[in-house]
Design a binder for this molecule. Sequence first.
Ligand SMILES: CC(C)(COP(=O)(O)OP(=O)(O)OC[C@H]1O[C@@H](n2cnc3c(N)ncnc32)[C@H](O)[C@@H]1OP(=O)(O)O)[C@@H](O)C(=O)NCCC(=O)NCCS
Length: 162
Amino acid sequence: MCLREVKKVRIMQLMTMSSMDETHIDSLLPIEISSFRNPWGKLSFLDEISNQHSYSYVLTIPHGSDDQVVAYICLRQIIDELHILKIAVRRSYRRKGIAYRFLADCLCAVSKQGVRAVFLEVRPSNSAGLHLYRKLGFHIVGKRPKYYLDTGEDAIIMRILL
Ligand SMILES: CC(C)(COP(=O)(O)OP(=O)(O)OC[C@H]1O[C@@H](n2cnc3c(N)ncnc32)[C@H](O)[C@@H]1OP(=O)(O)O)[C@@H](O)C(=O)NCCC(=O)NCCS
């Protein structure tokens, strides 16, 4: 095992994955704001976690007497399809394999719940996202022209069959 892998394993061992609830939102909002051009606000997260078709998870790490959110993911299931609405990792924890492990674990879990295909949309300018999804086995299956109103970028649609 190389040193980088040892570091990755140690970080993942300190983390806990749980369903997102209201108590996580204040900790994850700064990640959201620094990660997305059009960040969701508290109400959007509250809506999401109360939606019966939504699955939202957080990875937390002990931080003083509290837990700090290190990463989160929001997923929506539509019959046997899953849509990844967003995934983000706190900046200081990026490039440590966290998103890869987090998503790989989620894909493994949903494949056991009857999900057959997972879709997402990503900006062509988001090279971190594109590389992450390709590494996980997603393929480009289409695009939505001028989907992102702020930049006029197309959305790249990616899919993985489970
Ligand atoms: C995209 C994001 C979730 C990746 O999280 P991460 O924990 O840093 O990713 P990982 O360390 O698990 O990286 C896994 C793979 O993704 C790719 N990757 C991640 N960050 C990258 C970057 N900045 N540039 C190029 N490739 C990158 C690499 O292929 C990497 O594998 P490698 O380390 O073996 O090269 C993170 O950068 C982020 O939160 N970005 C802002 C939000 C966002 O864009 N979300 C995706 C669209 S919803």
